[in-house]
Design a protein around this ligand. Structure first.
Ligand SMILES: *Cc1c(COP(=O)(O)O)cnc(C)c1O
Length: 482
């Protein structure tokens, strides 16, 4: 195995990193109360010094790639920089040391932030009520689907189907299926948008909802959204907004105004916590007023000067997270929204789109790109021509980018584009970084021309070289056997 030894392999018998002070109270034999198998002398912990521990984990952390050490244009994940002021706010002891069972009278600050965040998100999206409970985008989807299901049950309607576009993120059909619905796929037209005629054919009294991302996973704005909304609503079906791509449209258009009834946001994408940023996420869900009574409970609410948790939600789907959700991510989103303000959020979206358009212009001659298409905050190009001309695949390009110090873009998604590279630069990157990334791609293009083998064995300069993905999936070995 490449890389560095496990901390267990660094053991030297007798080394210790921490020493307890001498016992000052009578010794108690716990094995009588807890049982012999719980109280053991041998626990097989590594015997290392404090300095060994520090060096070990610092070395490990250097093998990692994060948005704080390099450009991370992972399409659909919005890996923007998270200003450190947000972390500082989230780490304030008034928040971190508040016990979730603390009475409302001494939790006013936290409740106020939750209440304000619910309202800010409602304003940004044009919805009426928000829950902060879901822990991720996919969890928000499931929450939204369960809300739709309960609403339909309440109306006495038996609708069994959910429509998703063929360009949808895999979590959409997964969430709908988990919620007990059958999935129908609607195809994309030649422009990469929902095929309106095909949609019309599919929508009937069996359909509960259409799940849609706008701009969609190709980075294209569904410009027929009003017509789509009409097609669904005329047949009594609802419209669900996958908000993973809100970074393209903040302060410009609102899903609520486009006709969506339920939305989820990925606070850990759009609102600055990087996706998969070493911690939990938040998939806040917003609804139009007619669905408010189906939201998970409790919601943060206000009465006079006081904030409280409102459990009076008559048809609630129940709780979907312990306590109130992942407050740390919510706090970062709150700090982010407050520090940018309405003007700043709009500017962020505009620059995200500008950065994507600029980068595309710099690299489009090397790839297959559909003509005359206006991308938003991310774009998708195909490496089909690389495959045909040089025998080099999107995967090889992605791996070689690591040697140049860049995190690769998303590859092979959306599924409807062969050899897809999906690039989302975000607004927090400078022109210099975008230029350097374009230069790296041009060098890789040259390398591909000169011979594919070098690229096929990339990365060459990373601590771990190319991994066998099939073996990793088939023979997963996660336990250390020392
Ligand atoms: C990321 C993403 C999701 C799922 O969000 P998670 O927070 O990863 O669960 C859903 N849809 C789209 C389009 C996404 O990009």
């Amino acid at each position: 195995m490449q890389g560095i030894p496990l901390i267990f392999e660094k053991t030297k018998t007798g080394k210790e990193g921490f020493r307890l002070s001498p016992l000052e109270v009578p010794k108690v034999d716990l094995s009588e109360t807890l049982g012999e198998d719980i109280v053991r002398d041998e626990v097989n912990l590594p015997e290392v010094s404090e300095l060994d521990v520090i060096r070990h984990y610092t070395e490990l952390s250097r093998m990692n790639f994060g948005v704080d050490n390099g450009f991370y244009p992972l399409g659909s994940c919005t890996m923007k920089y998270n200003p450190k002021i947000n972390e500082e706010v989230a780490a304030m002891p008034g928040f971190t040391e508040l016990h979730p069972y603390a009475p409302e009278e001494i939790s006013q600050g936290t409740l106020e932030v939750m209440y304000d965040t619910q309202n800010l998100l409602a304003e940004i999206t044009g919805m009426d009520n928000f829950t902060l409970q879901p822990a991720a985008g996919a969890h928000g989807e499931l929450t939204g689907i369960l809300i739709i299901k309960k609403y339909l049950e309440h109306k006495g309607e038996k609708r069994t189907k959910i429509i998703v576009p063929d360009s949808a993120h895999g979590t959409n059909p997964a969430s709908a299926s988990h919620g007990g619905f059958d999935i129908i796929k609607v195809k994309s037209d030649s422009e990469g948008l929902v095929d309106i005629e095909a949609l019309k054919e599919l929508v009937n009294e069996d359909v509960a909802a259409l799940m849609l991302t706008n701009p969609n996973t190709l980075g294209l704005f569904e410009k027929n959204i009003f017509e789509i909304s009409k097609i669904l609503h005329e047949k009594g079906a609802l419209l669900y907004y996958d908000g993973a791509n809100l970074n393209a449209v903040m302060g410009i258009v609102r899903p609520g105004d486009m006709g969506f009834d339920v939305v989820h946001l990925n606070l850990h994408k759009t609102f600055s916590t990087p996706h998969g940023g070493g911690g939990p996420g938040s998939g806040a869900v917003g609804v139009k007023a007619f669905l408010r009574d189906f939201l998970p409970k409790p919601l943060a609410a206000q009465k006079g000067q006081m904030y409280y948790l409102d459990y009076d939600i008559p048809h609630s789907i129940g709780k979907i997270h312990g306590f109130y959700g992942n407050l740390g991510v919510v706090l970062k989103a709150y700090a982010y929204i407050k520090s940018l303000g309405a003007k700043g959020l709009k500017e962020a979206s505009e620059i995200a789109t500008l950065n994507a358009s600029y980068l595309l212009k710099k690299i489009e001659d090397m790839f297959e790109v559909p003509e005359d298409i206006l991308f938003k905050h991310e774009f998708v190009v195909s490496c089909n021509n690389w495959k045909e001309k040089f025998g080099v695949r999107a995967l090889d390009v992605a791996k070689r980018l690591l040697d140049y110090g860049f995190h690769p873009p998303t590859i092979y998604f959306p599924l409807i584009v062969d050899e897809a590279l999906m690039v989302e630069p975000t607004e927090t990157e400078s022109k210099d970084t975008l230029d350097a990334f374009a230069d790296a791609l041009r060098k890789i293009y040259q390398e591909a021309k000169e011979g594919p083998d070098f690229l096929k064995s990339a990365p060459h300069d990373t601590p771990v070289r190319r991994v066998d993905e099939v073996k990793a999936a088939r023979e997963m070995k996660l336990i250390y056997e020392g």
